[in-house]
Design a protein around this ligand. Structure first.
Ligand SMILES: [Zn+2]
Length: 82
């Protein structure tokens, strides 16, 4: 499915274009129905995008945590000297 206005590639069944914001009417629906369903789907899309952005913001923070695995061989050497 392609947006007739901006030619963006959209998943099948989409009622709006997330690039240019155009809403599509499906055959057999009243304009009021189309607008209401399109708004519902748009809200789901916004929630999905926000969830993805939140995940991307969390990932760098977790990878920046320093790993405290400093090798400590001194105690073993001290016992060997005795
Ligand atoms: Zn578009």
């Amino acid at each position: 499915m392609k947006c007739p206005k901006c030619d963006a590639q959209l998943p099948d069944g989409y009622r709006f274009c997330y690039k240019c914001g155009t809403m599509f009417a499906f055959p057999g629906e009243t304009p009021e129905e189309s607008v209401r369903l399109a708004k519902e789907q748009y809200q789901k899309y916004v929630q999905y995008v926000r969830a993805q952005q939140a995940q991307q913001e969390q990932q760098p923070q977790s990878s920046q945590q320093p790993q405290q695995t400093a090798p400590e061989q001194q105690p073993a050497q001290q016992t060997a000297l005795r």
